[in-house]
Design a protein around this ligand. Structure first.
Ligand SMILES: Nc1ncnc2c1ncn2[C@@H]1O[C@H](COP(=O)(O)OP(=O)(O)O)[C@@H](O)[C@H]1O
Ligand SMILES: [Mg+2]
Length: 284
């Protein structure tokens, strides 16, 4: 049985410090593991004894690799490897959510100009063109006409990384000047915030959107928990659009959520909720 926590990280931000303090308060011991500083033994000579891994790496590559790795080695890791892989990939995530009955924006996987043009015929303009594995609102384009589509496709064409070319053509959701972030820990949804941006349709906090506390109505709570369960993540930030006619639509599931702004504007101590959830997991 695991008795202590290893926090996989690449930086110790406000969130990681808050989790460390909360674990201290709960009497849970922990070690810090930065995979850029510590080699990880693969041959079974050095074992982590009684450790549960908590994934907090900012590097998506290291988060994915180490969650998969420790999972494959038989350790408990939050979040597990495969759910991390699916949630980091918008194509796989949307397909998984949709299959579980969670409403998602109408979306097509595209790869190159030919498939993009056919997707454009099926979606009305403007639509959104985004890479399957982006974050912080990077590389996301609004395609207003065929000229935009040609230009974005040409730039995609010269990318060296073929994985980056796996993209989504997605219906533009008329979500007003905000989206919603709900934080899920275990079986519960907490502390929704609006991320409001009056200047730009991309509402990531990293783009300077303002965080404002929102209310957790039963529908929002239900769709958030259902989204996390569908992907299989235990701790997650669920990004949700509120469509004027269709209601709540899940945009994505973030497996290593930031929550500084969430805690600041809602007063909900997410770090303590995570620590308490870990205490429960250590007993299992
Ligand atoms: N289909 C869409 N309709 C309207 N806005 C969108 C759409 N897709 C993305 N956005 C805006 O762009 C932001 C970033 O997109 P997202 O898919 O969450 O990628 P990232 O992983 O970079 O956060 C969203 O929070 C939202 O504000
Ligand atoms: Mg997002």
């Amino acid at each position: 049985m695991a008795t202590k926590v290893a926090i996989i990280h690449t930086a110790i931000r406000w969130e990681e410090k808050a989790i460390m303090r909360a674990l201290d308060r709960c009497g849970v011991s922990y070690i810090m593991l930065d995979p850029r500083k510590e080699p990880i033994d693969l041959s079974g000579h050095e074992r982590y004894v009684n450790v549960l891994f908590l994934q907090r790496s900012i590097s998506r590559t290291l988060a994915l690799t180490t969650s998969l790795l420790f999972d494959l080695m038989g350790y408990n890791v939050i979040n597990r490897g495969f759910p991390t892989l699916v949630s980091q990939n918008k194509v796989l995530a949307l397909a998984t959510l949709s299959r579980a009955g969670v409403s998602v924006p109408r979306s097509y996987m595209i790869y190159g100009y030919d498939s993009a043009k056919k997707a454009a015929d099926r979606l009305s303009m403007p639509f959104v063109y985004k890479p399957s594995n982006g974050s912080w609102g990077r590389f996301i384009s609004l395609i207003r006409d065929h000229e935009d589509l040609r230009i974005v496709s040409e730039f995609m064409e010269v990318l060296h990384d073929p994985f980056m070319k796996v993209s989504l053509a997605q219906q533009f959701i008329d979500k007003g000047d905000r989206d919603i972030r709900v934080t899920v820990v275990g079986d519960h949804a907490y502390a929704p915030i609006y991320r409001v941006n009056r200047d730009h349709w991309i509402t990531n906090t990293a783009r300077g959107s303002e965080a404002v506390a929102a209310e957790l109505d039963p529908e929002l709570e239900e769709i958030s928990i259902r989204a996390a369960k569908a992907i299989g993540v235990e701790i997650a930030g669920i990004d949700i659009f509120e469509d004027r006619s269709e209601g709540y639509i899940v945009n994505e599931v973030n497996p290593v959520p930031e929550f500084k702004n969430v805690s600041r504007v809602t007063g909900v101590d997410i770090a303590s909720l995570i620590a308490e959830y870990i205490v429960g997991r250590l007993k299992r």
